[in-house]
Design a binder for this molecule. Structure first.
Ligand code: NAD
Length: 397
């Protein structure tokens, strides 16, 4: 039992909060003390579950002196306003990915947190997944020499899960670039060292009923010579979780017989309002709490090619294919796959040791998202200028 848990407030009691809740609940380093949400149902559910205070407006939760840090889990387009309000009230911030939609908003959020002297951490994101961290540690050990190339791909039904209308409008942060590429970019940047150099990308916008980017392929190279290919399809019929031993993104065993479930459910939805209402059934206070995950989270198959061996990520650990033999390192068991995010928050607040995934890191990953769109539109490579590496060194301007 920790004697000094982080007194956490939450803004936004939707899907993201539901997904991260098992980590909060299973960890004595977190005490959920307050929440802010527009719907009375979710506020009541929070009070019933945790006994904390709830508020309808942002200024009240920010003024609550019992709150030490705030988890911002509202839709992308609200991150900037909510993070800046929290920072101005002296609260540390954990903001769910992506940091923001625009680079300008990201800059303003970073500046507000710096001005108030509070930590800004961008997460959860799949760069916190334990097998990713294991691979990073192995790379740091030097055993396999330099990283040379990374392949990441993920094929899902993302675009056919129930969405709010703006989640299907690119300008408002919709589509797979801001919600899904951001995960893949975060992982690949962490494994490659972080300092991206150039992006060449193509995007797919193939379904007129869901008029936003649903797929992309990109080449991303790094200052240190690493190059990576990242591919995602949110239109997929072939689910790449099949290549992850039928373990889903959140670390649960997946039933292959539930084939086509998202498209089938969407067929029953007749309007954008009905679709948003369907999404709401998957949020805190409406949906059942998540069952414990038997595996770690993942974001699709990822292979790292190094001088003296290759690394393959799985939901249970990492395979290492050396020159003469291969071996598997099992990932340590955790109370929840997202415990690593709490490690990051706790270390930042209690020992002033922030994780790699700070606001500036999140901004660098966001820059890559914009570069995907710009490169796809122009047909040309896009140079990156706002990168930061895993040691915190910023790109020279
Ligand atoms: N890391 C992950 O695995 C993951 C998964 C899902 C979503 N997300 C991120 O979480 C964020 C939210 O997405 P979501 O899918 O949970 O959306 P959601 O619609 O399920 O939840 C958003 C919540 O914010 C609340 N809200 C809206 N306006 C508010 C306001 N002014 N004040 C307080 N609360 C307000 C809504 O009522 C809703 O409950 C997004 O940025 C998304 O990228 C992350």
């Amino acid at each position: 039992m920790t004697s000094d848990p982080i007194r956490l407030g939450v803004i936004g009691l939707g899907r993201a909060f539901l997904l991260t809740l098992p980590a909060f609940q299973s960890d004595s380093r977190i005490k959920l003390v307050a929440a802010c949400a527009p719907r009375i149902e979710s506020r009541t559910a929070f009070e019933d579950a945790f006994g904390g205070k709830t508020y309808e407006d942002i200024s009240s939760i920010c003024a609550d002196e019992a709150v030490e840090a705030i988890y911002v889990a509202t839709p992308h387009q609200m991150h900037a306003a909510h993070v800046i309000a929290a920072a101005k009230s002296g609260k540390h911030v954990l903001v769910d990915k992506p940091l923001a939609i625009s680079m300008e908003d990201g800059d303003a959020m970073i500046a507000a947190c710096a001005q108030s002297g509070v930590h800004l951490i961008v997460g959860p994101s799949h760069s916190f997944d334990t097998p990713v961290q294991q691979a990073r540690a192995l790379i740091d050990s030097g055993e396999l020499g330099s990283v040379r190339m990374i392949h990441a791909h993920n094929y899902t039904d993302f675009l056919y899960r129930p969405r709010r209308p703006e989640e299907l409008r690119t300008d408002e942060g919709g589509g797979v670039i801001f919600s899904q590429a951001i995960h893949q970019i975060d992982i690949v940047r962490l494994l490659a060292g972080g300092m991206g150099r150039q992006v060449m990308a193509m995007t797919g916008n193939w379904d007129p009923d869901r008029p936003t980017e649903g797929a992309y392929s990109m080449l991303l190279n790094f200052e240190n010579g690493v190059f990576a290919s990242l591919t995602y399809s949110g239109y997929a019929h072939y689910d790449s979780d099949e290549a992850m031993n039928w373990v889903g993104e959140l670390g649960h065993d997946k039933d292959p017989e539930l084939y086509g479930v998202a498209r089938k459910a969407l067929e029953t939805v007749m309007s954008p309002e009905a679709e948003a209402a369907q999404k709401q059934t998957r949020t805190f206070g409406s949906a059942q709490e998540l069952a414990p995950a038997a595996h770690h989270e993942h974001f699709g198959p990822i292979t790292i090619f190094c001088d003296h061996g290759d690394i393959r990520l799985t939901p249970d650990g990492i395979w290492i294919y050396g020159n003469k033999e291969r071996r598997f390192i099992t990932a340590p068991e955790m109370a929840s796959p997202r415990t690593t995010v709490i490690d990051a928050l706790y270390n930042a607040l209690r020992t002033n040791t922030p994780p790699v995934q700070t606001g500036k890191w999140g901004l660098a990953s966001l820059e890559v998202c914009h570069a995907i769109l710009a490169s796809a539109e122009s047909g040309n490579p896009v140079q990156l200028t706002r990168q930061i590496d895993i040691s915190g060194r910023e790109q020279a301007s």
